[in-house]
Write a protein that binds this ligand. Sequence first.
Ligand code: NAD
Length: 261
Amino acid sequence: MARLTTLSRSVRDKVVLITGAGSGMGRATAHLFADEGAHVAVTDLVAARVEAVVGEIVAAGATARGWVLDVAKPSEVKRVVDEVATGFGGIDILINNAGIALPTPAVASDEEFEAGWGRTIDVNLSAHIRMVRAALPHLRAGGDGRVVNIASTEGIVATAGLPAYTATKHGVIGLTKSLAVELGRSGITVNCVCPGPILTDMTSGIPTEARDEYARRRVALRRYGTPEEVAHMTLSLALPAASFTNGAVLVVDGGMWIRHT
Ligand code: NAD
């Protein structure tokens, strides 16, 4: 049948680099892009996780290669981005997903506060711009590069005891808007996903009863989301057809933050 529209909803043969792809939403995103025929660069701090996710994708008959990458180390960021581009012949899509949630209450000891604050800024915020800067020549080359930053509903509202996490996620939203404005002229779109409560390693330490109670009281859909539900939004923002979506902040939270009572 002849098509009636022109824009593609396929990422087949696109090269996607995902940070923190060894677990949770990063892993689900790697799986989804692989299912859709993309060539996936799986990067993560933890080597065993990289190996496992690459193994899962390759066993399913799709294409992936792995790199151990601490996004908080600028020299590693440059090296890995260049190796991915050389290995796959370019980079079309960058997903800045790696993130940590360290407690940094204002009343913490100086030692605890300084350690948590610095590391959180490095991983959750500075790394995003460093990844973009390193990938820029490659994203530019195709004329339709895509960047998707994973922020959080903590970028819109706040939870007590997490000032570093909340500040960095607000920062990721600001960074997304700034880069969207600056890079638009190169045909690169920069968008941001704000997941709400999602079942991953990051939330697995919360007791089940506390999670259930929170979901019942706060989330319109009355449950936590799955990593795959977020991955689908991320993929949507990376499609060739998303060519006029730029600087957007998309919330995937089951109707959590808009809920008044
Ligand atoms: P997760 O802990 O399951 O996965 C995070 C991955 O990032 C891990 O594999 C970890 O090894 C990796 N990582 C940590 N530090 C890194 C570093 N310095 N360099 C490279 N990789 C590193 O967590 P998740 O829930 O899948 O989180 C993914 C993203 O989603 C994060 O940015 C997080 O802040 C955000 N988020 C999570 C939730 C949630 O409820 N789980 C909600 C909103 C936003």
